[in-house]
Design a protein around this ligand. Structure first.
Ligand SMILES: [Zn+2]
Length: 276
């Protein structure tokens, strides 16, 4: 096939791909602060990379990336995801990763508006005969993920149609659940795919601790309620230690994981998944 990118395909190509396998991927991620060193579209770029490679392996088409996503006000308790566990007083009104000193705001959609936009695309693709839709998500906000999980569950109508929520990220090892933000892994993924978009010289030299609240770069363990004592990034999550090699390794594991889930669901729907 010439391409799997829906917006680049002509109608006969789309019809042919759909007849072979009625599977569509929707990469999703907000335009969001990811430290000074990464592009605002980090999460969508990541989701798109994973969706493209899974489609190449399994089949299906990839919709244009939905650069949409939601976040909300951080809790004022001292629990997971709160402002206090990131080193703030705990009383500040902070939405997502938009810390007070950031020079640019994230373009977060209010959760309901976000859900309406995604639901509409799901509705249209179902009407056009797609039976397996995969929401490939690159953004770790709790309310954002919950909204997508709900939409997937609501739009699923077995045995005819299934909508899957699939994280682009590998799940962290329990008891941890947050993939972290703008740290070593995300930086490595962009180094592996679009190195021209990374500028590590915007960060202090190696060895200088990176405070969560100053850079908006956070390890997943901190979000999960276990910050470091001085609220600086864990050394093993330092984006200055990122590499394209690590990015390629992680991406391959992510693609393998999502491809397995999609293949299994395609089989459950009686669809013949396979390389096209
Ligand atoms: Zn991200």
């Amino acid at each position: 096939m010439r391409t799997v990118e829906y917006e680049l395909m002509r109608p006969p190509e789309i019809a042919q791909a759909r007849a072979r396998l009625p599977l569509a991927f929707i990469p999703i991620g907000p335009l969001e602060w990811h430290g000074p060193h990464l592009p605002m579209g980090m999460d969508g770029l990541h989701a798109h990379t994973v969706a493209m490679e899974v489609a190449r392996r399994v089949g299906g088409v990839v919709l244009p990336t939905y650069y949409l996503g939601s976040e909300t006000v951080r809790p004022t308790d001292r629990g997971p995801q709160s402002a206090a566990i990131l080193g703030f007083e705990g009383t500040e009104r902070i939405i997502g990763m938009d810390f007070p000193d950031n020079p640019v705001k994230s373009l977060y959609f209010e959760e309901g508006t976000f859900a309406v936009a995604v639901r509409e695309l799901i509705r249209l693709l179902k009407l056009d005969g797609y039976r397996l839709l995969v929401l490939v998500n690159g953004h770790g906000a709790v309310n954002h993920m919950r909204a997508l999980q709900r939409l997937a569950a609501e739009a699923t109508d077995p045995p005819r149609v299934r909508v899957l929520f699939a994280m682009a990220f590998l799940p962290p090892e329990p008891p941890f659940s947050d993939p972290g933000h703008a740290e070593k892994v995300e930086t490595s993924i962009i180094l592996a795919t679009r190195p021209d978009l990374v500028d590590l010289s915007t960060l202090p030299p190696k060895g200088t601790p990176l405070r969560y609240r100053e850079f908006g770069i956070v390890d997943g363990k901190a979000f999960d309620g276990r910050p470091t004592p001085d609220f600086t990034l864990r050394p093993d999550a330092d984006p200055r230690e990122a590499s394209a090699d690590l990015g390629r390794t992680v991406l391959d594991l992510e693609v393998t994981r999502v491809a397995a889930i999609v293949s299994e669901q395609a089989q459950a729907l009686g669809l013949a998944a396979g390389r096209t």
